[in-house]
Design a protein around this ligand. Sequence first.
Ligand code: SF4
Length: 294
Amino acid sequence: MEITVAKYAGFCPGVRRAINMADEALRVAEGNVYTLGPIIHNPQVVEDLQKRGMNILPDDPDALQDYYLAGCSVVVRSHGIPPKLTEFLLERGANLVDATCPTVKKAQKAAMRLAGEGYKLFVIGNTDHPEVKAILGHVNGEAVVIKETSELKEWWESQTRKVRKVGLIAQTTVDLLMFRSLVDGLINEVPELIREVMELKIINTLCRNTLARQAEALQLALASDFVVVVGGSNSSNTEFLRKICESTGTAVVKVESADELDLSLLRGMERLAILGGASTPGRIVEEVRRRILA
Ligand code: SF4
């Protein structure tokens, strides 16, 4: 059997940076070390950090009220946090270790720039995603989050005042199809928008690493008889890779660890591809490869 391990399997640069910063905080900090929510969507990595003394704080500010944080180190994960939460943590005396991914920071800055220049801001993404919540926090909630053109249409129809300037950004990990469909919808499916709006500014905030990972997943799925996607069951980017592969008609299975893989599924397969999500350690991808070869 020919096995191809994806070039982009394993941590993305933002996650790798966050894990390294959490490691370093555990190494040097004198007080307690916390992350705001699990640092990544991978149970093995989170468990390993917990064994080494990392504690997890709720990422909901209301739930944080009861914690004594003075002198503690708080690692902000790659999704970033709203400025109000940063202020709250600093007021409580916490030392912030800001592991917000630089690509996410660019999206936050793009949002602030557009809002500051008077554009009505739209963010393509998921309202509940921590990255989107952090972006909204950077513009005092003055943005509309959309996932489908119909939402954009509804918002437009509910407005009584004319809107002359529209700005658009996206959650960094939104897939290209969704981004394209919303940009297309904005121009082609909301005719009132084009009649009224004098300026339309789109800032491409999509993560290059995510786009490359998704493009590679598609290529490998098309060239293989079977795909194994490795990643946390709660990781949405891993699930999206699985869906991309499934859309090609190639058989695909998603596993969290090597032990979970049912080897009988691979019988008779000639070309196998192994993919990993952005929050999957390369070590687990390698364990899957070794188990298949054993
Ligand atoms: S997926 Fe992209 S934007 Fe998100 S943490 Fe990784 S590198 Fe940063």
